[in-house]
Design a binder for this molecule. Structure first.
Ligand code: NDP
Length: 254
């Protein structure tokens, strides 16, 4: 492998394993592990989800650590970073992947649905990024990658809370990239389109067909597609890229 694409000896913290250890978090953790990274993965409801992904990382010959954490809770995030550092020794890469949807049309959206999505998707990324930045500034190097969404770029009826949180992440990415650039830290976002996960399994068949018709590459994405983009942004090959959003959507919003 071209040495610029290798992540041998690096460590990563990836939030949000996905229900049943499925999902984009798993795809990212395994893509990083294949490139040589030791990975700490988190889940919120049950440690079992993160443990399933950590086990898959270990099967690839890398260190895999699982931690239960609510990224919207400052004390929980503090404990996460203590456990991740104890397990991995350092944190070179942070991937803010944890996220939820609580869809509903604006006129019927409750304050609770708004707050819970903004808390998990945006405040969670803020808390984790702040904690990681303290470590990375001392190391004078680091990679922070925020998983946003094409819905943060184009909007989507029924997702005012979700699209606002994901658009917020793009602004957050640009600002933190400006703040931390001089410290050797890059900050970028990846914006997936429709990816086959638990989140999209719930879509009715007619809606799936309608979405597929709008994707030039003719298929939904996979967690591996997102993992590949994250791995590139985490690598030395992407060392002159910061503040950017890389869209991984099969051409859906070109
Ligand atoms: P999943 O629902 O499968 O996984 C999301 C994970 O995030 C779950 O493990 C969930 O834990 C965790 N999580 C949510 N909120 C919190 C929290 N407050 N603290 C800690 N963990 C939390 O989703 P996907 O894998 O599909 O999505 C992963 C990311 O990709 C999300 O940010 C999503 O918005 C984004 N994305 C997904 C797309 C898709 O098509 N699937 C498209 C574009 C973006 P728990 O289950 O315990 O709550």
């Amino acid at each position: 492998m071209n040495v610029k694409y290798s992540l041998e000896g690096k460590t990563a913290l990836v939030t949000g394993a996905g229900r049943g250890g499925r999902g984009i978090g798993r795809g990212i953790a395994l893509a990083l592990a294949e490139a040589g990274v030791d990975v700490c993965i988190t889940s919120r409801s049950t440690l079992a989800d993160a443990e399933a992904v950590a086990e898959a990382v270990r099967e690839l010959g890398r260190k895999g650590v699982a931690v239960q954490c609510d990224v919207a809770d400052a004390a929980s995030v503090e404990s996460l970073f203590e456990q991740a550092l104890a397990g991995l020794g350092k944190i070179d890469i942070l991937v803010n992947n944890a996220g939820i949807t609580r869809d509903g049309l604006l006129l019927r959206m409750t304050e609770e649905a708004w707050d819970s999505v903004l808390d998990s998707n945006l405040k969670g990324a803020f808390l984790c990024t702040r904690a990681a930045a303290k470590i990375m500034v001392k190391q004078r190097s680091g990679r922070i990658i925020n998983i946003t969404s094409v819905m943060g770029q184009i909007g989507n009826p029924g997702q005012a809370n979700y699209s606002a949180s994901k658009a917020g992440l793009i602004g957050f990415t640009r600002t933190v990239a400006r703040e931390l650039g001089a410290r050797g830290i890059t900050v970028n976002a990846v914006a997936p389109g429709f990816i086959d996960t638990n989140m999209t399994d719930a879509l009715p068949e007619n809606l799936r067909e309608g979405i597929l018709a709008k994707i030039p590459l003719g298929r939904f994405g996979s967690p591996e597609d997102v993992g590949a983009a994250v791995t590139f942004l985490a690598s030395e090959a992407a060392s002159y890229i910061t503040g950017q959003t890389l869209t991984v959507d099969g051409g859906m919003i070109v």
